[in-house]
Design a protein around this ligand. Sequence first.
Ligand code: GDP
Ligand code: MG
Length: 162
Amino acid sequence: PVPVVAVVGRPNVGKSTLVNRIIGRRQAVVEDVPGVTRDRVPYDAQWTGRRFTVVDTGGWEPDAKDRAGAIAAQAEIAVQTADVVIFVVDVTVGATDVDEAAVKMLRRSHKPVILIANKADNQNLELEAVSLWSLGLGEPHPISALHGRGSGDLLDDILRAL
Ligand code: GDP
Ligand code: MG
């Protein structure tokens, strides 16, 4: 079976932008408005000849109710059914309480997690990524999903984790 990589994180951190970067085409919907991706959306991906499925999810928020709660539940299902989880944090914002709550959910899943410090568009922001060691998920990977900075290294790391 083709391995599955789930992309989760708060709304607006750049999950869908990262998914497009990974699959090499603009298929996942990117929006300035949070909460556009409602379900789990799988895409075929390939890197150095290896195939995998990358699953985009809506924003994960703790204790969310109604529609937001349904979106968060989908993200949790995506985590539970993934082989590897990519957890995306916005390095221009830093780790928030919601990110910390998401980490607890990820710990419970016992899945391997790759921590992404997204929106590291320049070297200064890349250096900011070290602050995310505080999340306890190991080494933060600074990338700019928008500009492609660091994305080749990330794909190598994804394949190593599969
Ligand atoms: P999602 O809600 O987590 O899926 O986030 P989106 O992928 O829809 O992106 C939300 C906003 O962040 C959009 O305006 C993106 O263009 C922007 N964005 C995503 N990645 C980056 C990045 O690496 N750098 C910057 N500066 N903006 C980004
Ligand atoms: Mg999205």
